[in-house]
Ligand binder design. Structure first.
Ligand code: DC
Length: 223
């Protein structure tokens, strides 16, 4: 029996990663893990504790404390910290502004890497989305996808998801996060070796899901 399927989906904020990953998992009957939600949950906890998120040593000193649990149903993903549902809180402007510096702290990445690998290994195939899934978390994943989109298209999508937020401010916030995520020393956002790049700008969500499902079917046909 071959090992359970892992589909690694990386890319910039607002490139359509979450909707695509959930859609692919749903179509193929796989689990789904949103690793960005885990970094957001860590950030949310740091802010609630009053930790200075711009002080890497302070963040590192506390990052083993919160218990972060991700539910993996693609139709109803959940995220809790110390038993509390933080699905709404992790999308706040405060978390958007603080998540990239927290994610750049190596101790945070090491802690969440362990949690991510536990979830991935636990039970059956899974679609995993993030920034370093194909490069660091599961470098031997049989399917790796790198999604990108024009900054203006990404900002329009993200602002719509946030109930009509300001598009220009949303674009500035996305680009600021891209800069930090791509420039950090530990596990920066890169296109992993062997990843297929899809620029989602001209496609509908259904079309992108169809492209990724096609890649998975082609990979399965090879094994
Ligand atoms: O996918 P997202 O926008 O919810 O991710 C939020 C932040 O989490 C992102 O700006 C960088 C960080 N992140 C990361 O560093 N590594 C991952 N695998 C996933 C997210």
């Amino acid at each position: 029996m071959s090992s359970p399927l892992v589909v690694a989906i990386d890319g910039t904020s607002g490139s359509g990663k979450s909707s695509t990953s959930r859609g692919v998992a749903d179509r193929l009957g796989l689990r789904y893990l949103d690793t960005g939600a885990m970094f957001r949950a860590m950030t949310c906890w740091m802010l609630a504790q009053g930790v200075d998120v711009h002080d890497p040593a302070a963040v590192a000193a506390r990052c083993d404390e919160p218990e972060i649990v991700s539910g993996t149903d693609p139709l109803a993903p959940t995220i809790t910290v110390d038993g509390a549902d933080v699905a709404v809180a992790i999308r706040s402007d405060d978390v958007n502004a603080a998540v990239s510096p927290v994610s750049a702290v190596p101790e945070v990445r090491a802690r969440l890497l362990r949690l991510q690998r536990d979830v991935i290994a636990s039970d059956g195939g899974i679609v995993v989305e993030g920034r370093d899934i194909g490069s660091v978390v599961v470098p031997d994943a049989p399917v790796k996808v790198y999604l990108s989109a024009d900054p203006s298209a990404r900002a329009i999508r993200r602002a719509a998801e946030q109930g009509g937020a300001d598009v220009e401010a949303t674009q500035a916030s996305l680009l600021a996060r891209d800069r930090i995520d791509s420039g950090r020393a530990t596990a920066p956002l890169v296109m992993a070796d062997g990843a297929v790049h899809i620029d989602t700008t001209p496609y509908s969500l259904d079309e992108v899901i169809g492209l990724v499902v096609g890649l998975v079917e082609a990979a399965e046909a090879r094994t």
